[in-house]
Design a protein around this ligand. Structure first.
Ligand code: GCO
Length: 465
């Protein structure tokens, strides 16, 4: 059943999500210092084909054209993040005015076009200078993060921003960056992961309190990655494996933030966090979140696996399971979004949940014309938005949906290979070509069901600069 806009409340926040490191480029321009991703991408073998985010979508220089694209598409909410090392090149202390001016201009441009800005304070791009001091493993980050939030709150608070997010997916940046090592800064093991986990969890409340101190009438949330976890079989050991995977991938950070503490009963291997905790930390894990950001893409199938240390569980790859999947080898399973909205909606029943990311990478091809056919993405969005509607009908207080992402960009360790955008980006020319999915989303938002946006087809190319 194809969803239609008017089955959702008029107040429902429809948007697109992006992130600084993945789109801005200008990695060393106007006073910005390197982030951990600028450094990590110089290390051999870390990023697909040695690609790097130095230019990305050149959003730093092209943001005015890209805001124009948002206007043309009729997308009313735009999520982006603040590059910490662009505004505080030393990580703390001296503000880089040129860097902060970029965000002031972006916010002003969005508001001029009646597009609501939805900034995420932190989306993985820690200043390298702070990583050199231990990064998220160093408890001093509580003060560094407070300074960052304060600096941003002072400069951008009361500029018309009504909605903020504190962290983007703490499970991913601590898990992939400090335990598995395949994301920046490439650290591994519990000795790194456990303090990073604690400090990231504590920074949720720090960020929320500091931002709120600069602007009372705002809504502040934080975003959590999640996947619907199902056991491969109903054997007891697979059921236990699925429960443990759910605790690690879905519950680990949202539950402290809502006052439930770390789910250590299901993750006993993380009990050493208690040694890192100081007097009062328990109480300071709880943040006052006005909404929970749910970032769901897929379903995972978990099975017991004796040789996986600590977790004793593994996820069975979708491609190996022979099910429909995306370029990321994530199963296409729209019901996962419904299940995650139900699960996360239970934490604060009196407050909204927002889908702050949902989308898919497919092998989009640009043939030089002014359109890019991406029927699989149109279908993916239709089916997932239908699941949002189903969750609302079942009483889950969902108040928004943001597509990941506006345009193809730097997909972390995967480089530029996976294309998630509603807009195709030709990275050689920085030409933006609206995909059929972008046209569909625009028509869905405007309540029309024509597929034809040819009158509004817009080719943004370097000649436009
Ligand atoms: C995340 C990040 C995004 C990703 C997107 C696709 O959720 O991992 O917020 O930066 O690019 O999810 O993987």
């Amino acid at each position: 059943m194809t969803p239609v806009r008017n089955e959702f409340p008029d107040s429902f926040a429809w948007g697109v999500s992006t992130a600084a490191l993945q789109t801005e480029g200008a990695w060393n321009l106007d006073g910005k210092s390197p982030s951990v991703w600028d450094t990590f991408s110089t290390r051999k073998g870390k990023i697909h084909r040695g690609q790097h985010p130095k230019v990305a979508c050149d959003f730093y220089n092209r943001y005015e054209d890209d805001v124009e694209l948002l206007r043309i598409l009729g997308i009313p909410n735009f999520r982006f993040s603040i590059a910490w090392s662009r505004v505080l090149p030393n990580g703390t202390g001296r503000i880089n005015d040129k860097g902060m001016d970029f965000y002031k201009s972006l916010v002003d441009k969005l508001l001029e076009n009646e597009i609501a800005p939805w900034p995420t304070l932190y989306h993985w791009d820690l200043p390298q200078l702070l990583e050199d001091k231990g990064g998220w493993t160093n408890r001093d980050i509580l003060h560094w993060f407070e300074d960052f939030a304060n600096t941003v709150g002072l400069s951008l608070g009361n500029r018309g921003i009504q909605n903020w997010m504190v962290l983007n997916e703490p499970m991913v940046f601590t898990g992939a960056g400090y335990f598995l090592g395949y994301h920046a800064p490439g650290k591994r093991g519990f000795a790194n992961f456990i303090p990073a986990m604690l400090h990231a969890a504590l920074c949720t409340r720090i960020g929320e309190e500091v931002l709120r101190s600069h602007q009372s009438e705002i809504t502040i949330g934080s975003t959590y990655s999640c996947s619907y976890i199902t056991p491969k079989t109903i054997r007891e050991k697979d059921l236990i494996a699925a429960k443990r995977a759910d605790a690690l991938l879905n519950r680990l950070f949202v539950e402290p933030a809502v006052g439930l503490g770390f789910p250590l009963e299901d993750l006993p291997m993380l009990r050493p966090v208690e040694k890192w905790m100081k007097q009062g930390d328990d109480a300071r894990l709880k943040a006052n979140l006005d909404f929970i950001g749910v970032q769901n893409y897929t379903r995972e199938v978990a099975e017991a696996c004796w040789y996986v240390p600590y977790l004793k569980a593994r996820l069975v790859n979708a491609k190996k399971r022979g099910v429909p999947h995306t370029e990321m080898q994530w199963e296409i399973y729209p019901e996962a979004l419904y299940e995650m909205l139900v699960q996360f909606g239970r934490y604060q029943p009196d407050k909204p949940v927002i889908v702050t990311e949902n989308g898919a990478a497919f092998p989009d091809v640009y043939d030089g014309s002014d359109a890019v056919q991406d029927p699989l993405r149109v279908q993916y969005l239709q089916k997932h938005i239908a699941q949002v509607s189903r969750a609302i009908k079942d009483g889950v207080p969902v108040s928004g949906y943001f597509v990941w992402t506006l345009m193809d960009n730097f997909e972390w360790a995967e480089g530029y290979r996976p294309r998630f955008g509603l807009i195709y980006n030709d990275f050689d020319t920085q030409k933006r070509i609206i995909k059929d999915s972008g046209r569909w989303y625009s028509d869905f938002l405007s309540g029309t069901d024509s597929g034809d946006l040819s009158s509004r087809a817009v080719l943004m190319d370097s000649s436009a600069k």
